[in-house]
Design a protein around this ligand. Structure first.
Ligand code: ADP
Length: 158
């Protein structure tokens, strides 16, 4: 089994995240979209909302599992028998941030490899922080969200 973990805050998930996971599906037998829980960080959406959005986004995809984790990413991957981390790259800022972490995780994670997929150009400026900024200003965020998540927002459930 080739298992990858896609770790992130997903506050909230965007079409950019969804696109990375769906494009990576042919590479792996299973992808675990794992929401990191960090008690030192403050989030816009609650833990349960963020998980609900992730579940809604991938409810059609049996190879995708949704989970949360608190420990070090390398320890979580070991527990899940995952030998790959999946991450997305939008620009050189993402790259610079990711390099040291990927090298560290390979060292302390017994060869745990990080696989990077480049963003699709149409989503290259999508980010959770843009969505949060628009929401604070009362803007429409539906184009940024996976369709089932946008539906939850439209029905005013969120
Ligand atoms: P983190 O808090 O760990 O940065 P995020 O939830 O912001 O978590 O993102 C998780 C991963 O998704 C990161 O690898 C990030 O670069 C990637 N990502 C976010 N938005 C996009 C996008 N629009 N296109 C491609 N990758 C993206």
């Amino acid at each position: 089994m080739r298992i990858a973990v896609f770790p992130g805050s997903f506050d909230p998930i965007t079409k950019g995240h969804e696109d990375i996971v769906r494009r990576a599906l042919p590479l792996f037998d299973k992808i675990i979209v794992a929401m990191g829980i960090n008690s030192n960080k403050s989030y816009y959406f609650s833990e349960s909302d963020r998980v609900e959005f992730l579940r809604a986004a991938f409810s059609d995809e049996p190879k995708v599992e949704i989970d949360t984790f608190k420990k070090l990413t390398v320890d979580y991957c070991k527990e899940k028998n995952a030998t790959f981390i999946l991450r997305g790259l939008r620009n050189s800022n993402d790259f610079n941030y990711e390099v040291a972490i990927a090298m560290l995780n390979r060292d302390i994670g017994d060869g745990l490899e990080t696989t990077f997929l480049l963003t699709s150009p149409e989503y290259s400026y999508y980010s959770s922080s843009v969505v949060r900024e628009l929401l604070r200003g009362g803007g429409d965020v539906s184009i940024f969200l996976p369709t089932p998540v946008a539906t939850l927002f439209k029905e005013n459930k969120k």
